[in-house]
Design a protein around this ligand. Structure first.
Ligand code: 0X9
Ligand code: CA
Ligand code: CA
Ligand code: ZN
Length: 324
């Protein structure tokens, strides 16, 4: 489990309990789905939150994915925070009530439960990043899920073909069962030929950044990314960054990656999307392991950014004064 001094963090059983309690207490607006299993058989959960949650209404859908990387435990706390925020404030906070009555929100609170548990099971942190899928003909375990997505997979020197690497891209795109489950879920949100999800955030730590695609190239525009697409990403990214003090930039300004969820969500699904790298800004704030005392402050810090994302879900291009 987590060390006693960090007991406010939720391990996977505790997260599951939060999800189950949340949907039990708010059955009209919150519903749990199990969209697949991890390599070791743990549930990949999705929670839908919306007015009339039982009905698939024709409302823009918003996706939050958390914890692709095992050691980035603060992102699970961000999911716990959002679950509580949306359900507790529905019918109380006017803005949240209006958003939940006009959008359908999907929170996937832990994409990599095997990795999360492996990281904490000894009681001391192991700095684990990847999933826990074995690789044939080597003792090196794990695929970096955020290099395993099926868009320009392994194209550009932004991942490794060596199983021992922290950024091992896997044997083939979607070879990680967790990535495959989430990709199938997102593809499943195509209704009558139209992707229902319009905007998304994939939560990571750390560095306090808001990143937008593409990550595989330094170019701003390219195949499938017009100047309007780029400027929409950039303007909404900057708008959100003004509320939380993170630094907004294109993903590749940090470093080149290939096979990330960001590039796939845009390149294949045309979902406007961001990587949020949460607290701290640098190693001195605790790196991947900040103390649990910071959880309330550093999750609440992203409330207004999330509200902006929900606001623009009906038409992200509105942020640059265009109607799509
Ligand atoms: O490398 C990653 O997958 C992300 N950073 S992390 O430290 N959380 O591992 C960043 C992904 C965003 N894409 C690029 N930076 N190109
Ligand atoms: Ca609804
Ligand atoms: Ca819908
Ligand atoms: Zn990460």
């Amino acid at each position: 489990d987590f060390p006693p001094s960090d007991s406010d963090f939720h391990n996977f059983d505790e997260l599951t309990e939060v999800v189950d309690t949340t949907v039990a207490d708010h059955p009209d607006i919150a519903k749990k789905y199990v969209i697949g299993s991890s390599y070791r058989g743990r549930d990949i959960m999705a929670v839908k939150i919306s007015g009339n949650v039982e009905t698939d209404e024709d409302e823009p859908e918003v996706l939050f994915t958390h914890s692709q990387h095992a050691r980035e435990h603060l992102t699970v706390e961000m999911a716990v925070y959002l679950l509580g925020l949306f359900t507790d404030e529905y019918g109380r906070d006017r803005e949240i009530t209006d958003y939940l009555n006009s959008r359908e929100i999907w929170i996937l609170p832990n994409l990599n439960p095997d990795g999360s548990e492996y990281d904490i099971v000894t009681g001391s942190y192991r700095h684990w990043r990847k999933n826990r899928q074995p690789n044939p003909r080597t003792s090196a375990v794990g695929t970096d899920m955020n290099r395993n997505w099926d868009y320009n997979w392994g194209c550009c020197g932004g991942s490794s073909g060596w199983p021992g690497s922290q950024t091992y891209r896997g044997a083939s795109p979607e070879s990680a069962p967790e990535v495959r489950a989430v990709a199938d879920f997102v593809r499943g949100r195509i209704v009558n030929g139209e992707q229902q999800i319009t905007v998304a955030i994939d939560w990571h730590t750390y560095s306090e950044l808001i990143l937008w695609p593409y990550g595989y190239t330094y170019d701003e525009t390219g195949p499938g990314m017009t100047p309007d697409d780029y400027n929409t990403h950039a303007e909404l990214g900057r708008l959100m960054a003004r509320t939380n003090g993170y630094t907004p930039e294109q993903s590749s300004d940090l470093y080149i990656t290939d096979g990330t969820i960001n590039d796939w969500l845009w390149g294949e699904q045309r979902i406007f999307n961001y990587t949020f790298e949460m607290y701290p800004s640098s190693q001195s704030g605790g790196g991947f392991y900040p103390p649990d005392e910071v959880i309330p402050r550093e999750t609440t810090r992203n409330r207004e950014a999330v509200m902006h994302l929900l606001d623009y879900a009906d038409c992200p291009q509105r942020v640059i004064g265009k109607e799509a």
